[in-house]
Write a protein that binds this ligand. Structure first.
Ligand SMILES: [Zn+2]
Length: 233
């Protein structure tokens, strides 16, 4: 299985790794800083470089066996198995995803309803809530901005599946279940704000989210409010 370096340190931008498999335009490495599509967060893009060759990674996914597949553009050169190369993500894009992803945790702590879906992009992101009440956009924006201004520390904790099974209340998201392939589950803790299982990439503190606001709120059925957030700067 590919060693997932982003899980331990989301701020890693580049690593050196050997190619262990290469099928058509899909490259699998021993270890990778690339985040594979999942939990509503897009897969990373970036480059694989060796010698004077540069291949463009247009998407990253994880396959059933837990290997990270780096998908190259059609015109990219293809490395050979055993090649040592440098893998570098498009950091500006990933960092926006980290700000958005962390902001969605804050949104989930302000609107304490079941979450039935979500999606992240660099320009806007959303969560779907199992709720009937209208959303007071100004009030929620104000609460989000306070959580950012208070700069809460964020870190990961690892617990066993058994412990999580004994504390099912930790799982707030109804559709986005934590991955069950790992022995231990990662809990994301935003100090004094939120604690829940999550396998995504997060910031070190809420202050890095920067200025955010609630965008559109859509009514998607009687018990579903789709709430968008936008980064202001
Ligand atoms: Zn998360």
């Amino acid at each position: 299985m590919t060693q997932n370096l982003y899980k331990k340190d989301a701020y890693l931008k580049i690593n050196t790794s050997k190619v262990i498999a290469c099928i058509n335009n899909v490259v699998i490495l021993e270890s990778s800083v690339f985040y594979p599509r999942g939990g509503g967060q897009p897969g990373d893009t970036g480059t694989l470089s060796w010698g004077n060759q540069v291949a463009k990674v247009i998407d990253t996914i994880i396959n059933e066996t837990g290997e990270i597949e780096h998908i190259l553009s059609d015109e990219s050169p293809i490395p050979i198995i055993g090649e040592t190369l440098s893998a570098e993500i498009d950091w500006d894009r990933r960092y926006l995803h980290m700000r958005m992803h962390t902001a969605l945790h804050l949104l989930g702590s302000v609107l304490q309803y079941g979450v039935t879906g979500g999606n992240i992009s660099t320009s806007k992101s959303r969560l779907d809530f199992d709720m009937e009440e209208p959303v007071d956009k100004e009030s929620v924006t104000h609460q989000l901005q306070k959580l950012v201004a208070d700069n809460h520390a964020i870190h990961s904790k690892w617990i066993s599946q058994k412990t999580l099974g004994e504390q099912p209340e930790l799982i707030r998201t109804m559709s986005v279940k934590p991955p069950t392939t790992d022995q231990d589950i990662r809990l994301l803790e935003i100090e004094d704000v939120d604690l829940q299982p999550c396998g995504g990439t997060h910031l070190k503190s809420t202050g890095e989210v920067g200025q955010i606001r609630i965008g559109k709120v859509e009514k998607k059925g009687k018990r579903n409010r789709r709430v968008y957030i936008e980064l202001i700067d």
